[in-house]
Structures are given as C-alpha cells and as structure tokens.
Write a protein that binds this ligand. Structure first.
Ligand SMILES: Nc1ncnc2c1ncn2[C@@H]1O[C@H](COP(=O)(O)OP(=O)(O)O)[C@@H](O)[C@H]1O
Ligand SMILES: [Mg+2]
Length: 265
C-alpha cells in the first residue's frame, strides 16, 4: 500500500504554516527515516498519514484512501502511529488491556486479537508485564507499551515519532529490533529521529526536512553525505560518515562495515 502526498500545505489555526508544499511517495514496504531541526514540520507531516491532521491544501492518499474521505478510526486500519510521548497515547490501567484495545477496536475476532496482542507483547519484551499499570513502569518501558499497542493493530504502515529520544542503549537496541522484525514482515516503517546513528544503521531512505519542506530525499548514503545541506537543518552526519570524508574515502560510508571496506580500498 503506497503513500502518495501531493502539494501538501498545512497551517495551524494559530496561523503557523507548518507544511509549505510537499510532494512525496513512499512505496509499500519502504523503510524511511525523517530528520531535520525542531519545528521543521516532521510531526505535522506524519499526523497527516492517519488523518489526525487534514491538509489545508493538497492531498494525502494511503493506498486508495484519500485521508479527507475517511475517519481517523478508519485510517487506523492502515496506519499505526506511535506518539513521541507515550503519555499522550496510553490510557489503560493495565498493559494487557492497553495493548488489546486497538485490535478489539478494529473489529478483529477475539482469537485474532489475542494472537496479535501476544505477538506484540513478545516483540517488545513485555510478556511478563501484562498485569502491570503502565504508570508503574519506567518511561523506557512505557515507550515499549506504546509500541506494542500500535504493533498489535497489525497495520501495513507503522510510524514512530522519535522512538529513541530519552531511551537508554538497551532500549534503543530493542526498538531497532522491533523495526527489523516489521521490515521482515514487509511493513512500511516511517521513523522520525534525531539520532542520526540510529537512522544510518536502520534505514535505507532518508528524508531531511526544513521549514515545512523537503530538503533532501534519497538513499541514506547519498543524503547523509550532503554535510553542508544537512547543516542548514541542524543535522550532523554520523561520526563515521564525517570521519570517512575527512580521511578522503571515495564513497560515503554510514556504518563500521562500510567504513572498513572503504579503508581497505
Ligand atoms: N498544535 C500546534 N499549534 C500551533 N503550532 C504548532 C502546533 N504543533 C506544531 N506547531 C508548529 O508547527 C511547526 C512544525 O512543528 P512540528 O511538526 O512539531 O515540527 P517537528 O516535529 O519537526 O519538530 C513549528 O513551527 C511548530 O511550532
Ligand atoms: Mg516532532
């Protein structure tokens, strides 16, 4: 199921023009990272994918559904969105109930919902915490509950808004693993991130946004190699990419493997 965005603009009621004419296609199964300075419009953009926000002008289509023609509840069948702040998302007194809410609401049979919940809890390493109140968990584990409650809905498209912000190394590795599993299942995964190493390690396509527009969009190596343009939206390429450049490696590298291969040329 492709995402097709045409000439999208969006202004908040306050008058802030957050998106200034943006066109974009994300193919089914695509793995995309969105980077860019605070206020660039990243969250505003992805909130259009599930109809939480409606275009001021232009259009957003998820498969054959134009978001203007379908309710947020209906869009939730196709697009799952994990909020940056889990506290905006979680409302149940118990992890198991929280994660089961989405699948039940989508109208899955009890048996199917149970399977989805079990799978999502296992993927996020929460299977032993189903009886716990999310607010008795650390912020780190609350984040995993937020992930699980979206994964359980088994949507074709999953969006993570800054999943690694404020997370420790162990949890960043858990989140990377969740993204890997979703990728293997053929899901479209769109992730907003400030963590450029996380971006370089987990995504093939990178979109850099600045002031409500797309600044760069392409293969991760090509985008992360554009140090000067990225700097205008306050994004530094990964350490290894910069080191590779300073050492004069011919190709842009973004992980240890590519770096070592570049050195040995
Ligand atoms: N609820 C809101 N009301 C008014 N302006 C907002 C609201 N949310 C975001 N904005 C503004 O819209 C612009 C884009 O914000 P946002 O999409 O949150 O950027 P990002 O996610 O890239 O940090 C910013 O200027 C921000 O201040
Ligand atoms: Mg944001």
């Amino acid at each position: 199921m492709n995402i097709e965005i045409q000439n999208l603009t969006f202004s908040y009621p306050t008058g802030v023009q957050a998106l200034r004419g943006l066109s974009l296609t994300i193919n089914s199964g695509g793995q995309v990272a969105i980077v860019g300075q605070n206020g660039a419009g990243k969250t505003t953009l992805v909130k259009h994918f599930n109809g939480l926000l409606q275009p001021t002008s232009g259009s957003v289509k998820i498969g054959d559904w134009d978001t203007r023609e379908h309710s947020v509840a209906k869009m939730a069948r196709r697009v799952g969105y994990v909020f940056q702040n889990p506290d905006e998302q979680l409302f149940s007194k118990n992890v198991g109930v929280e994660v089961a809410f989405g699948p039940k609401n989508l109208g899955m049979s009890a048996q199917q919902a149970e399977g989805q919940v079990k799978d999502a809890l296992a993927m996020t390493e929460l299977s032993d915490k189903t009886e716990t109140n999310p607010y008795d968990l650390s912020a780190t584990w609350r984040k995993m509950v937020a992930l699980a409650s979206v994964i359980a809905m088994d949507t074709d498209i999953v969006i993570f808004d800054e999943p690694t912000t404020g997370q420790d190394a162990a949890n960043i590795a858990r989140i990377a693993n969740v993204i890997k599993v979703l990728r293997e299942r053929g899901k479209t995964v769109i992730t907003i991130t400030h963590d450029i190493d996380f971006c370089a390690e987990n995504f093939e396509r990178v979109i850099a946004m600045s002031q409500g527009r797309i600044l760069l969009d392409g293969n991760a190596n090509d985008v992360l190699g554009q140090e000067d343009i990225l700097a205008t939206t306050y994004v530094d390429p990964p350490q290894l990419t910069r080191l590779g450049k300073r050492l004069g490696l011919q190709k842009t590298v973004r992980n240890e493997e590519e770096f070592l291969a570049g050195l040995n040329k």
